[in-house]
Design a protein around this ligand. Sequence first.
Ligand code: CP
Length: 302
Amino acid sequence: MLPKHVISSLDLSKEEIELIFDEADRYEKLNRTSKELDGKVVALAFFEPSTRTRNSFDSAVQRMGGRTIGFSSSEGTSVEKGETIADTVRMLESYSDLIVMRHKLDGAAKFASEISKVPIINAGDGKHEHPTQALIDLYTVRKVKGYIDGLNFCVLGDLKYGRAVNSLLRLLTKFKPGKVFLVSPQQLRIRTEVKDTLNFPVIETDSLQDVIDITDVLYVTRIQKERFADEVEFEKVKESYKVDISTVNSMRKDSMILHPLPRVNEIDRRVDKLPQAKYFYQASLGVQVRMGVIHQVIGDSR
Ligand code: CP
């Protein structure tokens, strides 16, 4: 059984993670349908834009027989009139059985969990965490390779502002990865407070070329333009890396490329048709993984 709220990858034990993966497999076999949320309502409170997370949660709830309410931006809500997160959460908890929340502020989901009577699932809070994305990431590795332990991971891109990266690395603390390479421009290196939560060594470099031939899982991220305080700083790093056909030619034949998406221009579109490109498959697994998470939080297992 999961903790009541899912805020950080660090909240999950290895057993709970594997249970979610097993449930995702089970839902796939059931053609992603069940009736276990019959009569239940889930609030999707998205204060920041989303395509995959919001729609896959919406699809997951509906496929489980439940219904959703909510919003996809602050626009059109009473936040525009000055309503606080706390008051918004107090309203949504009285209208729903579970709140899935995305917000631009680090710690917003944790704050909501401290005042909400219904469970909170963090769907991304600022540059902090996005734990259900990390579950999808490692579930994809397990689907493609059959195992996670011992694989060499290379995380490429914006490691300073990318919340998906933080959650992925923190979820990996529950496994036994091989080497973990963190490849980024100097300005976008992982923050110390995140590195301090890891229980495995990381190798930081700005050269993808030095590590690509021994990488099993290449995890690419976009530069999080919206988190830069200074446009000039973004301009300095915006074209600093790109995965193209020649990159993939240096990779192991049985390696894979993942990306939480959305992609901007950090992966050449010609890579999409190569066998290593698994990022659209990864996104497609979002519904069954989120069904697995919802099942553990408010479904039959409670
Ligand atoms: N990966 C991810 O969080 O995508 P969205 O921003 O589209 O939800």
